[in-house]
Design a protein around this ligand. Structure first.
Ligand code: ADP
Length: 365
């Protein structure tokens, strides 16, 4: 296990492109951290700086209290799993797992022991004599994870390791990687653009956008307490609904809609006259609320999608398109009017200019 510290890390590529800005983060021994954000936001660059595959332009990176900026990859005690699992096609699973150890000149009986132990953790014992072409995508990815795991390192880095798998295999591998982490305990940094992966696997998530950290927190903190509009829109599927407008007399008025913001904002005078974004999650709405501490909003239904456990309702509130999740037994007719409730505790306000969350005293859960 290892403790990692990033202090003001920046990456400027030789062509002048500033890919990572002032990255500050402390990762505890054995933590599972996901770097998440859309393509090009600097996740892989950050991971590659941890691995020693990319120079750090400015800032300090420490492993267990030792400055690691100039350490070689080998000295850092890391293993990395990439998106393309790049197994050697002409080697069996056994030989693929053993490859790194063989190169290091480790005794054959020690290798045998390690391969068997790793294969057991990954459920590959019955496949050791097979070649990669005779394995499923999920099994190949397991071998790739095994190759990293077998080296008993203290830092485990994964760059989109599941993106070549189909949806079902991804779900299975997600829980397998979690279980491996629980049994091995290596400090893990996992890069993904998929917020569901990040939400389900991480101890903490680092949300990045355009080379900058947007928020660091547990999945719970990010879901219930997004600090800004980017995080609010990025975490959650389908994404949060946003209704934009200007505050007048403590109310957001958009067309027919008028929402009194006093119940959900700590100091409503602080946003008087400002452009704001009123936000709520599709799954947070209610149809016949018992608790009256909520906004009642009228909408027109465009389209409904029955998913089984829930129905996605695509509707519009005036000119604004919203997505609502409703109980399938309460699915409204397409084209009908539909009144729904947004509980105060599930309603958020963001400053449209700074994009930061406006303070609230509400308990979110
Ligand atoms: P992510 O992993 O989040 O998709 P990357 O870290 O790969 O993003 O890339 C971040 C940004 O840096 C992108 O805009 C990418 O085009 C740019 N970039 C990556 N590698 C290089 C490079 N060698 N030279 C110049 N720009 C690069």
């Amino acid at each position: 296990m290892a403790h990692l510290l990033f202090k003001g890390i920046n990456k400027v590529y030789p062509n002048g492109f500033h890919a990572v800005h002032d990255f500050n983060l402390e990762i505890k021994d054995g933590e599972f951290i996901c770097l998440v954000g859309s393509s090009g936001c600097g996740k892989s660059t950050t991971l590659r700086m941890v691995a020693g595959l990319e120079d750090i332009t400015a800032g300090e990176f420490y492993i267990d209290g030792k400055l690691a900026n100039q350490m070689s990859s080998r000295e850092r005690g890391i293993a990395m799993v990439f998106q393309s699992y790049a197994l050697y096609p002409h080697l069996t699973v056994y030989e693929n797992l053993a490859f790194g150890l063989t190169l290091e000149g480790i005794d054959a009986d020690v290798i045998e022991e390690k391969v068997q132990a790793t294969a057991k953790i990954l459920g590959l014992t019955d496949y050791l004599e097979r070649f990669p072409r005779a394995l499923s995508g999920g099994q190949c990815q397991r071998v790739a994870v095994g190759r990293a795991l077998i080296r008993k390192v203290s830092i485990f880095l994964m760059d989109e390791p599941l993106s070549n798998l189909d949806a079902k295999q991804r779900v299975t591998m997600r829980s397998e990687i979690k279980q491996i982490h629980r049994s091995v305990g290596a400090t893990t940094i996992y890069v993904t653009h998929d917020q569901t992966e990040a939400m389900t696997m991480s101890d903490r998530i680092v949300v990045m956008n355009a080379g900058r950290i947007q928020q660091v927190g547990t999945p719970y903190e990010l879901y219930f307490h997004p600090q800004n509009l980017f995080v609010a829109g990025f975490i959650g599927e389908p994404p949060m609904n946003f209704i934009r407008g200007t505050v007048e007399n403590g109310k957001l008025t958009v067309g027919e809609l008028s929402l009194d913001l006093k119940p959900i904002v700590k100091d409503v005078s602080s946003i008087e006259g400002k452009k704001i974004v009123f936000a709520f999650r599709p799954e947070a709405i209610e149809v016949d609320p018992e608790d009256k501490n909520c906004y009642m909003i009228d909408s027109q239904v465009d389209l409904t999608e029955l998913l089984g456990d829930t129905t996605n309702v695509y509707a519009n509130v005036g000119d604004v398109n919203v997505i609502l999740k409703v109980n399938p037994h309460k699915t409204p007719e397409m084209g009908a009017s539909f009144k729904f409730a947004v509980p105060y505790k599930a309603a958020y306000v963001f400053d449209a200019e700074t994009e930061l969350a406006v303070e609230s005293d509400l308990e979110r859960h």
